[in-house]
Design a protein around this ligand. Sequence first.
Ligand code: GTP
Ligand code: MG
Length: 286
Amino acid sequence: MACSRYEYVKGYEQDDRILPNVWIVIRIDGKKFHKFANTHKFEKPNDENALHVMNVAGIGVMQEFRDIVLGYGQSDEYSFVFRKDTDAFKRRAAKLLTYVTSLFSTSYVMSWPKWMQQPLAYAPCFDGRIILYPSDENLRDYLSWRQADVHVNNLYNTAFWKLVLESGLSNQQAEQRLRGTLSADKNELLYQQFGINYNNMPAMYRKGTILLRKRVLQFGQDEQDKGRQAIVPLHEDLIGAEFWRKHPEILGKYVPGKQQLLDEKSLPKLLEQQLTDHMEEKARIS
Ligand code: GTP
Ligand code: MG
């Protein structure tokens, strides 16, 4: 085929393929979500439904990108970990980053009406970055860093908003009251002044949400049954070694989905939705 004389401009495009054998992490973060949360009257400090919108968007990304072995969300951010040997989009950085960021944004907007009462006042947007980690230890430290961030922020915000909303302190007074306090002081304040045992607060607020691909066996299903693959939301501690012992497929040679038994009562809403969608899809096809 004849080339036009303009063809040479293609040579200006850069090869941005990510080097082999490294963990690829993509983290997206909501732009000015402080304002977005105020505009949409998010509950303070945690809006359960708004967090579900984030989690459903995270699940949407993992359903599309099969090479993501773990998603981790908290506040207005989500991290996605691609397996080390992924060949998705030939490991081209810009393609990976822009697809994940735009799919997350559109999934967020699409799932909004299912969880939120008020309509979207304007289009939310997210930035994205790629971070590469050469060792398993680096990857674990990265995820621990994000989970430690939830702990620090959530403990502070819980105490702050209790002081403002229930004790009638101004924002400045609450800030002053908490200045220089340690975790133990904030725990004590919550317990003494508000009768709250911080450790009994919902795990999603304290630990964030970890998304893992699992073969799900529903209650009463035979253990030999293959179950159905789904993306399971967990709110566990991932800093300690126990998490990595329990879910060896993340760092190991990745075999999607280790079986997990759930009882009827503990089926999280987001998982229930995926199983229902699957049943509806099956019914439509047959
Ligand atoms: P940039 O990311 O720099 O654009 O600013 P940002 O305003 O998004 O701040 P950042 O990403 O550091 O923090 C996220 C902000 O989102 C928090 O500080 C909160 O103000 C808001 N936010 C996230 N989740 C919730 C929630 O569940 N409830 C409420 N009330 N606010 C939330
Ligand atoms: Mg943000």
